[in-house]
Design a protein around this ligand. Structure first.
Ligand SMILES: [Fe+2]
Ligand SMILES: [Fe+2]
Length: 252
């Protein structure tokens, strides 16, 4: 089984690009399951219902989320109802939606869980305990498991990789929008990468317009975020599983 996991999708140009090209890419890579982090698809700061539905009908099987997922109120009913849309599990109880889902692909029950980091992120509960609770709650109900940890701190992501090694098949990090070069198979057979990178315009700053970010960082004045112009790059990983063991992880 092959899993394609794409990094944070940034902006409507990228959504439109994926609508046009993802089915072809999916077929070319032989991906049986396509996962993506969708927290920045709508104007960088969130995910609208329309963009979520567009991505989920363009070849993405399930969208994970992050610190921007709850910005669009119109997404909340879909977060509650759709098994194909997650927000981090360790958010406060008031958050709509859920942080785990079991979906079936080619007869395989895949548990996808979404967590958020505790360092430099707001109001997150203990991510390690959340992961344990999710695995315990779903015991017997899944064949393989995948985890997206949306976090700023690289140490938290690496630590979670080892914490879940041998218990899940794939741990990826998201949020920084910069792909790391540390993809590997951990000793227990879990495929791992610290950050997938992003699917978004290459010529900005993390997908945002560079003039806007330069003004913000050089003057500390408030600015209105804007997606950068230009063609998107697509970053992620393609993971090969042999039963319950990951045998290869390749950066895309
Ligand atoms: Fe992001
Ligand atoms: Fe984020």
């Amino acid at each position: 089984m092959k899993i394609l996991f794409l990094g944070d999708i940034v902006g409507r140009t990228t959504v439109a690009y994926l609508q046009k090209n993802l089915w072809v890419l999916r077929e070319r890579l032989g991906a049986d399951l396509v996962l993506a982090n969708g927290e920045n698809a709508t104007d960088i700061l969130g995910l609208s219902r329309a963009d979520a539905e567009a991505l989920l009908s363009s070849g993405v099987d399930l969208l994970t989320g992050g610190n921007h997922t709850l910005h669009n109120f119109d997404l909340y009913p879909l977060l509650d109802d759709s098994p194909y849309l997650l927000r981090p599990a360790n958010l406060p109880a008031a958050a709509p939606g859920k942080g785990e889902s079991v979906i079936e692909v080619c007869g395989v029950r895949v548990l996808v869980m979404n967590l958020i980091g505790m360092q430099n992120m707001t109001h997150a509960g203990n991510l390690f305990e959340s992961a344990d609770r999710i695995l315990a709650r779903n015991a017997g109900a899944y064949d393989i498991a995948v985890c997206d940890l949306h976090a700023e701190a690289t140490a938290e992501k690496i630590a979670l990789g080892y914490y879940l090694d041998g218990r899940v098949q794939l741990v990826v990090g998201t949020h920084t929008h910069v792909q790391t070069a540390d993809e590997k198979i951990l000793p227990g057979g879990t495929a791992y990468i610290t950050d997938l990178g992003m699917c978004g315009p290459e010529n900005g700053v993390l997908g945002a317009d560079r003039e806007v970010i330069l003004r913000k960082l050089s003057t500390s004045m408030p600015v209105r975020f804007k997606v950068a112009d230009g063609l998107p790059v697509l970053h992620g990983v393609l993971v090969t599983l042999d039963g319950a063991r990951a045998t290869a992880i390749e950066r895309i």
